[in-house]
Design a protein around this ligand. Structure first.
Ligand code: NAD
Ligand code: DAU
Length: 340
């Protein structure tokens, strides 16, 4: 089995690469990543030492380059993680989100059509369902919840999902889609809530909580997400969508306080700042289809996963410093200057 993973130098993609190398030692893993700001090649240091692993620096928007890789590697399965993934950046600069997330996905699927494939798996997000009100804890996202996006990011991801389903219906491409809730764990770029707050708190910097910090996200440990994708590849039905999540809803302010407590830092570091435009209130996945049909469910409890995560960042401050040197400093100044 040869599996091609796009975006494997990013957060979830790299965790998936390591899971495959560990759990499927007879598989060949080919990683394609453009190494944007969100990637860190050092994340893949251990993978690069593994003879079952091959890396290509390539942009999924580059049709010629992607086709050349397919011609050389002839993968059996493709898992498409590569994307622009940060909502705040999509609000500032939507264009690149449409290009990478929609047109890049099209290039990957065209390569699959041309060279033949057993499965194209699109890594999707629960954000395609929009949001749920805070005062209706009885409501959840199901696979047939209408698509109703809020940000340019979620709109680009919804478009990619729809395109993948169209390629399945029109061309018979063997497509599956998973839609996951918020992930946390090692190797997440510190523009996202949890690593950003860990990084700031470690340096006694202010922790910028949007609005009142009451927005709710449904957190899943990244390794559980990766096992979910593997389950879809091995047991899922072509043409189907699977929601992945673990019924672990937390308000942002709860998360920030847990991080401060774990790091032994004072709550006075919290600073409430201007809200995100169009900020989704609550995400909550109903994962019962994946539970029933794939036998998949999360195994890491949040109280354990968050400790593992905080410890990982504490022990990998060199990795964090690589991410936050250079361009990140300008990003942080620009993104947060009007908020405080
Ligand atoms: P990330 O931003 O950490 O990583 C994205 C990776 O894709 C990076 O390595 C980057 O270099 C690469 N990339 C970006 N543009 C590219 C291009 N044009 N060509 C090739 N490579 C490119 O993202 P992530 O958080 O790991 O998310 C991975 C996927 O999972 C995305 O599709 C995202 O929408 C989805 N997802 C993320 C979450 C989450 O909580 N992080 C939850 C559900 C779904
Ligand atoms: O639900 C899945 C999605 O989760 C993925 O599709 C996205 O790729 C991923 O980035 C994530 O989106 P969110 O917007 O939920 O994640 P983020 O970490 O950016 O923000 C989480 C919450 O924390 C959100 O309510 C905004 C808030 N926040 C975020 C940052 C960066 C703050 O209050 N302060 C901050 O500085």
């Amino acid at each position: 089995m040869k599996i091609l993973v796009t975006g494997g130098a990013g957060f979830i993609g790299s965790n998936f690469v390591y899971l495959l190398l560990e759990e499927r030692p007879d598989w060949k893993v080919v990683c394609v990543d453009a190494l944007t700001y969100a990637a860190n090649i050092h994340t893949l240091n251990d993978a690069l030492k593994n003879p079952n692993f091959t890396f290509y620096k390539e942009d999924i928007r580059n049709r010629e380059g992607i086709f050349e890789i397919f011609e050389k590697e002839h993968p059996d399965v493709v898992v498409n993680f590569a994307a622009e993934s940060h909502v705040d950046r999509s609000i500032e600069n939507p264009g690149i989100f449409l290009e990478t997330n929609i047109l890049g996905t099209q290039v990957m699927m065209d390569a699959c059509r041309k060279y033949g494939i057993e499965r194209f798996h699109q890594v999707g997000t629960d954000e395609v369902y929009g949001d749920l009100p805070l005062d209706r804890p009885d409501l959840f996202f199901h696979e047939d919840t209408p698509i109703h996006t809020s940000s340019p990011y979620s709109t680009s991801k919804a478009s990619a999902d729809l395109l993948a389903l169209a390629y399945h219906r029109t061309y018979g491409l063997p497509v599956t889609i998973s839609r996951c809730s918020n992930n946390y764990g090692p190797y997440q770029f510190p523009e996202k809530l949890i690593p950003l707050m860990i990084n700031n708190a470690s340096q006694d910097k202010k922790l910028p909580v949007y609005g009142e910090g009451l927005n709710v996200r449904d957190w899943l440990y990244v390794k559980d997400h990766c096992y979910g994708i593997l389950a879809v590849l091995e047991k899922g039905k072509v043409g189907e969508v699977y929601n992945l999540g673990g019924h672990n809803e937390k308000a942002n302010i709860e998360i920030v306080k847990i991080i401060l407590e774990e790091l032994g830092k004072p709550e006075s570091l919290i600073t409430y700042v201007a809200d995100r435009k169009g900020h989704d209130q609550r995400y909550a996945i109903d994962p019962s289809k994946a539970n029933k049909e794939l036998g998949w469910g999360p195994t890491t409890m949040f109280k354990d996963g968050i400790k593992l995560t905080i410890d990982w960042y504490k022990n990998h401050m060199d990795w964090m410093n690589e991410c936050t040197s250079g361009e990140y400093q300008n990003y942080y100044k620009e993104m947060y200057k009007d908020r405080v």
